[in-house]
Design a binder for this molecule. Sequence first.
Ligand SMILES: NC(=O)c1ccc[n+]([C@@H]2O[C@H](COP(=O)([O-])OP(=O)(O)OC[C@H]3O[C@@H](n4cnc5c(N)ncnc54)[C@H](O)[C@@H]3O)[C@@H](O)[C@H]2O)c1
Length: 448
Amino acid sequence: MSTCTNTGTVATQAAGLMGKIKDRSARVGVVGLGYVGLPFALEKAKVGFHVLGFDRSAARVASVNAGTNYIGDVRDEELHAAVLGESLLAATGDWDRLPGQDVIVICVPTPLTRNLTPDLQYIEAVTAEVARRLRPGQLICLESTTYPGTTQEVMKPLLEASGLKDGQDFYLAFSPERVDPGNKRYSTRNTNKVVGACEPASREVALAFYRQTILEVVAVSSSQAAEMVKVFENTFRAVNIALVNELAMLCDRMGLDVWEVLDAAGTKPFGIMSFYPGPGVGGHCIPLDPHYLEWKAREFNFNTRFIALAGEINRRMPEFVLEKAMRMLSDHGLGLRCASVLVLGLAYKRDVDDARESPSAEVLHLLAQRGAAVSYHDPLIPRHREDGRELESVPLTARTLGEADLVLILTDHSAVDYRFVVEHSRLLLDTRFATRGVTGRPGQVVLL
Ligand SMILES: NC(=O)c1ccc[n+]([C@@H]2O[C@H](COP(=O)([O-])OP(=O)(O)OC[C@H]3O[C@@H](n4cnc5c(N)ncnc54)[C@H](O)[C@@H]3O)[C@@H](O)[C@H]2O)c1
């Protein structure tokens, strides 16, 4: 009898929260207002939810509350309207406002330790704050990328230490963020989203929440499956990028043009997918996430050899770029030690303002270490610290290009006029084939 009543109460509570989600009266808290959290918070505010962002950075909280944008994928006018126009979005650093939220979405960093093992300190710290203030009827969703098992093995026990139970009193789910910064075609709304949970009731509530703003929501059977989906997606990219990077190094040795080979291979109408070589991999995801899986696999006495190999090849690319630059200079009677090198692009990929883990920074560092006089231009990254020195992005002029012994394209931002770059450079090493369709003087432009 009491079980029956309890089941009924649980169902009523879940239905109540789903009702609030559907009529948008549910209050949404988003913890971590970075590349993932701020666009997510805005997306929810745009459809009418009252959203409160939580961040430990007072500067970020102040920016959001002033309607001032700091994330490339967020449109200034939309943030301004959501914060100052409709008052649907605000930010705070006060954890005591967590119980006022019906849904709490966690988007904090998941870095690696120096030994390439998962560093869950941010997830644990935030979960502990939530657990301390957990109240019945709340949905807690983790969006940070992590190894399979985090939601069930790390978060659930912390939250249940409150005395409340997942799937009955509160709802815990994992739904990985798939945002691709700088992608103009796919945003949060039209990128399919995977949702998994430890308990069926939690999954239902989470699905109802995500279906409010995402066109296609894909349910999987557990939080572990959802976590595995995300790390697999990023491992897939890391491995395929490593494969073409290895091909680039082999083509270099064999005197073949890897870009010609890849373009021609890409004409096959089935069974192939285009990946391109470059100076290495960067950002918060591709270089880090596969190591989360690698670490977890060890618990099962399993070696993820593709991950280790891909990491090794991708980490070697900055050295390869350096070698190729040295060869080019030496072919023209110059040594790196007395050469001036202008690097184009510091961001880890095209059209983003993010230099985290950027291979460009590593190449710049290697060049400086070998005694080259380095400078850089990046329209999206005005300043960069290299070995304790503050470097400023130099303007891209005929003079800055012409003065460099070697111009090195490391990131192919679309705002740069590569015809102009070819026209005014003396020697150009293009690691991204940004100069496609532009003909230089004989021997002037070398591709990776
Ligand atoms: N950036 C991407 O392209 C991307 C894409 C998909 C998934 N992810 C994953 O999403 C997660 C977040 O990544 P991001 O790029 O948005 O990170 P970020 O560094 O841009 O933002 C994280 C935010 O969390 C805040 N924060 C950190 N610790 C906190 C705490 N204890 N309390 C409150 N706020 C705290 C930081 O101040 C920062 O504003 C990571 O797991 C990442 O792997 C990132």
